[in-house]
Design a protein around this ligand. Structure first.
Ligand code: PEP
Length: 249
């Protein structure tokens, strides 16, 4: 199981240090639950100093597809590696919605992430109108196909996929365990088709969208749910720790 916190554009440096220290002292080294946190870029270095040696892994929330160059405001994969990142979230729906990220762009970034030995957490998920029109499986299938184009894997641990229905992110409205189970099964079949049975069966598929301490266990119990990508609830140590606890069961 894998539980990753996406802090989004929240917490100043002092608060980032405080939250990561609280997690390190409570979690230590995890047994069968892996934990990652993705602070804003400016806090990565400081948070890495806190996490170092703890077993909790560092991730970034985005990156550029080039190594370096005239791309004002951007951050590259080698830069993320240099500050200790293991994961990078790619194609989060907020990036797709507010920063016009496309599946083709996500695929270029995912290839670049792999070239620098970062593990991409590739996000997919349908909008509410797409769900209501019963297009959700088709939409997610297309997102997976195009976002993972040219991505080569030697091992399942080199990629994470997060299913995050857009209508459930930050809304307090969670997909039902049945909806999550059905979609994760669908994603698993696509991954096995794309990467072969052995690798496809081992890729972690996270659910994200208003996961809270009181609904995490029900979601994590479902087949093909290998953990969660946690937004709002990752900003409070107690809530995040309860969600990690739910993944341990
Ligand atoms: C997210 O942003 O990835 C997310 C799942 O957010 P929340 O948990 O707040 O819905």
């Amino acid at each position: 199981m894998l539980v990753v916190g996406n802090w989004k554009m929240n917490l100043d440096l002092a608060a980032a240090r405080q939250l990561s220290s609280a997690l390190v002292s409570s979690l230590g080294r995890q047994d069968h639950v892996e934990v990652g946190i993705c602070p804003p870029f400016v806090a990565l270095d400081a948070v890495y100093s806190v996490l170092h040696g703890s077993g909790i892994r560092l991730g970034a929330q985005n990156m550029h597809e080039a190594d370096n160059g005239a791309f004002t405001g951007e951050v590259s994969a080698p830069m993320l590696r240099a500050v200790g990142c293991h994961y990078v979230i790619l194609g989060h729906s907020e990036r797709r919605q507010f920063f016009v990220e496309t599946d083709a762009g996500v695929s270029r970034k995912a290839v670049q992430a792999r070239a620098h030995r970062l593990v991409p957490i590739v996000c997919v998920g349908e909008s509410l109108p797409e769900r209501e029109a019963e297009q959700h499986e088709t939409v997610v299938q297309r997102q997976l196909r195009e976002s993972l184009e040219n991505v080569e894997l030697n091992h399942a641990s080199e990629l994470v996929v997060a299913y995050e229905p857009v209508w459930a992110i930050g809304t307090g409205r969670t997909a039902s365990p049945e909806q999550v189970e059905a979609m994760h099964g669908h994603i698993r079949r696509q991954l096995e088709h794309r990467f072969g049975r052995t690798i496809g069966a081992g890729i972690a598929i996270l659910y994200g969208g208003s996961v809270k301490p009181d609904n995490a266990a029900d979601l994590f119990d479902r087949p093909d749910v290998d953990g969660g990508l946690i937004g709002g609830a990752s900003l409070k140590a107690d809530d995040f720790l309860s969600i990690v606890q739910a993944a341990r069961r």
